[in-house]
Design a protein around this ligand. Structure first.
Ligand code: PMP
Length: 284
């Protein structure tokens, strides 16, 4: 596995970062995860734009131009021995001494780290039979729109799913469904697709955006707005979306069946649309 650190390519297991890196000490950095199918990087510019936005929001100077990021990702992808990959990009505020919460002065170079893993998609039966999810209180901060590497609350939430032998934990805040620990959530009620509107309390997923775009293109009834916990519990269908899982149906929530407990028809329609779209962009 060839990885990238601050301008150099090297085997992943030979790379290390100084302990004074602010990513290590403060979780002071941002990241992206981008899927690659048959060496075709999916929605690269959307991910790079979100990375640029995350960096700007936390006032880390973007170390590269869009063209440089594109070249780096394509170079890294070309160096791997496998076709389907997930690219991880991370930028931290860099290495600084003494340890101090405030930004280093004078500013230091950000640390840029990137590597590729073989893409691990969920097994086919997760798409045909659905997965389980649990709910928990959203303990995160109020800028979840920034894709920050400080993920402690997400880590704890995801572990609740693992402990319950479920695939995902859905986060609830003030009686509203926000998103998953590492995914966005859609629900279907009476044939209408609902999802939370983007806000500072959730990450605007690249997959979320694409599902909304495809729903609009195909004139599926869609409402973006608050989704209450009650709506979630009464939904006919619940889906999760993320770059690593695409769209997965959730058929059990906190141990109870979602709708009739089967994978729903609107889900099947959207999965079909999504797969067709993916095949089209990859042929280009
Ligand atoms: N929300 C959170 C908290 C996430 O970690 C992720 C996955 N990175 C998502 C949503 C889904 O985003 P995307 O579709 O861009 O992978």
């Amino acid at each position: 596995l060839i990885a990238y650190l601050n301008g150099q390519f090297a085997p992943l297991d030979e790379l290390s970062v100084p302990v004074l890196d602010r990513g290590f000490l403060f979780g002071d950095g941002v990241y992206e995860m981008i899927p690659v199918y048959s060496r075709c990087v999916f929605r690269l510019d959307e991910h790079l734009q979100r990375l640029a936005r995350s960096l700007a929001q936390v006032e880390i100077t973007n170390p590269y131009t869009l063209a440089q990021w594109r070249a780096l990702v394509h170079d890294l992808v070309a160096r791997q021995p496998f076709e389907d990959q997930s690219v991880y990009l991370q930028v931290t505020r860099g290495v600084a001494y003494p340890r101090n919460h405030a930004f280093p002065k004078p500013i230091v170079l950000p640390t840029v780290f990137a590597f590729c893993d073989p893409l691990e998609m969920p097994p086919p039966q997760h798409y045909t039979q659905g997965v389980a999810a649990v709910t928990t209180r959203d303990l995160r901060w109020q800028r979840c729109d920034i894709k920050a590497i400080s993920l402690l609350a997400n880590v704890l939430a995801k572990q609740e799913a693992v402990n319950a032998q479920a695939a995902e934990t859905i986060l609830l805040r003030d009686g509203k469904m926000i998103e998953g620990a590492a995914s966005n959530i859609f629900i279907v009620q009476n044939g209408v697709l609902y999802a939370p509107q983007t806000s500072e309390l959730m990450l605007a997923g690249i997959t979320y955006d694409l599902v909304i775009e495809l729903a609009q293109l195909h004139e599926m009834p869609l409402v973006l707005g608050d989704v209450s916990e009650a709506m979630l519990r009464e939904a006919d269908e619940v889906w999760l979306t993320s770059s690593s899982k695409e769209i997965l149906p959730i058929v059990t929530l906190d141990g109870r069946s979602v709708g009739n407990g089967q994978v729903g028809p609107i889900y099947q329609q959207m999965l079909q649309i999504y797969q067709t779209y993916k095949a089209t962009v990859m042929r280009r």
